[in-house]
Write a protein that binds this ligand. Structure first.
Ligand SMILES: Cc1ncc(COP(=O)(O)O)c(C=O)c1O
Length: 400
């Protein structure tokens, strides 16, 4: 018998070698208690959270929590069914109405996760004989959506408008084409040149899908994302998003103005063949989305936090993923996995949690400490975060 697990041996060995150095396992941290969107107890210690993607800090919003409790009392703990059978409650509809209002779009479809939204929409709309043209640094859910469908997949160099255009021009003019982009790329926190990319896509007869997972709620005047900020939202055919970041709960969605969009509810397998979100979750999501429509002050404060952290880390001598802050994600580049894990642990000992990211999730084989800021981080907390980075960086020799 061939052990089907033998393909994981290199990863098992890499993990064992890392743990043999005595470092804490960076991928099994437990939050023992969560006190607020920015503070939790980890290993018995009060810890500032800087790696949660809780950009707008909605997880402890009192209206959001009240809506969830009320729905739990009135509708029970779960729907036990698919959206197309017994799993559409009033709350799911209200959540879709909230999304339509948030994006000023005609259609909204709520999925059980953002992962399933990408999986479902991409695999369903791009079929046999069609082409999906995607940025090489796309999220795993986009790649998996491509794998699940029958379209031909063509990747282009990250954020390279010319490369996208070249690929598009090589394709048969009459073939169906879907260009898949992200507003903010979550590894380095860099923003896509959507204005140019949407233009070349349209000039070459392609439909455009933009995943705004890391920009919803924060970027753009109304928080609709990078497509709004760059003035091209009306030319984007499908926006994918998640409730697991700025919205502060769990779930995913697609919004669109396509006149035939509603047919997706019958043909999209990751929508049909899975249970819908619990009533308490859609109630928290709808309340959060409605509040995010009026989140201008929070958005401004989050930009201040992002700029302060970026310039502070740069000043301390860390190498960052972008020259300027482009989003609420600031990526600190580590020399290798071992030293990245050491720095991650040193930060945790200082009472600061960040995400450790390593290949294959990261581009160009990089090890990153990914920091995601929250609108609820105070200026004092950002100052404290910088002091902790300085102490941990000096202790581990990452900075001089
Ligand atoms: C760009 C992008 N798309 C989709 C997702 C999936 O979202 P969810 O957590 O709702 O499954 C993520 C989450 O990490 C993401 O970063």
């Amino acid at each position: 018998m061939t052990d089907l697990f033998s393909k994981f041996d290199p990863l098992i060995q890499q993990r064992e070698a890392l743990l043999a150095t005595g470092v804490t396992d960076p991928f099994s941290l437990v939050m023992e208690k969560v006190l607020s969107p920015t503070v939790a107890i980890c290993n018995g210690r009060e810890t500032i959270l800087l790696g949660t993607y809780n950009y707008m800090g909605m997880t402890f919003d009192e209206d959001v929590i009240a809506a969830g409790k009320d729905a739990l009392d009135r509708f029970g703990s779960g729907t036990t069914g698919s959206r197309v059978l017994n799993g559409t409650y009033q709350g799911h509809r209200e959540c879709e109405e909230a999304l339509k209002a948030f994006y000023a779009m005609d259609h909204a479809m709520v999925f059980s996760t953002g992962y399933q939204a990408n999986l479902g929409i991409i695999s369903t709309i791009a079929g046999k004989g069609d082409y999906v043209i995607l940025d090489i640094d796309s999220h795993a859910s986009i790649y998996d959506g491509c794998k699940m469908g029958d379209a031909e997949i063509i990747a282009f160099r990250h954020n390279d408008v010319e490369a996208l255009e070249k690929r598009l021009k090589r394709l048969p003019p009459d073939a169906g084409k879907l260009v898949v982009l992200e507003g903010v790329y979550s590894m380095l926190g860099d923003v896509a040149p959507l204005k140019e990319m949407v233009r070349v896509s349209k000039e070459n007869g392609a439909m455009v899908l933009v995943d705004e997972a890391h920009s919803m709620g924060f970027i753009g005047e109304h928080g609709r994302g990078v497509a709004e900020a760059q003035g091209v939202i009306d030319d984007v055919d499908f926006i994918i998003g998640t409730f697991s970041k700025s919205v502060g709960t769990v779930g995913g969605f697609c919004v669109s103005n396509h006149p035939k969009f509603e047919i997706m509810r019958l043909v999209c397998r990751p929508y049909v063949f899975t249970a819908s979100l619990p009533p308490s979750v859609v109630a928290t999501a709808a309340t959060s989305i409605r509040k995010l429509m009026h989140g201008g002050n929070k958005r401004a404060h989050l930009w201040e936090n992002s700029k302060a952290l970026h310039s502070g880390l740069k000043h301390l001598g860390f190498t960052l993923g972008t020259d300027e802050p482009q989003s609420a994600i600031i990526a600190v580049i580590m020399p290798d996995l071992e030293r990245g894990a050491m720095m991650w642990e040193a930060l945790l000992e200082e009472g600061l949690y960040v995400n450790l990211a390593r290949p294959p999730a990261t581009p160009a084989g990089m090890t990153l400490l990914r920091c995601s800021l929250c609108a609820e981080h105070s200026a004092d907390q950002v100052g404290e975060i910088l002091s902790r980075f300085e102490r941990a960086g000096k202790r581990t020799g990452i900075i001089g």
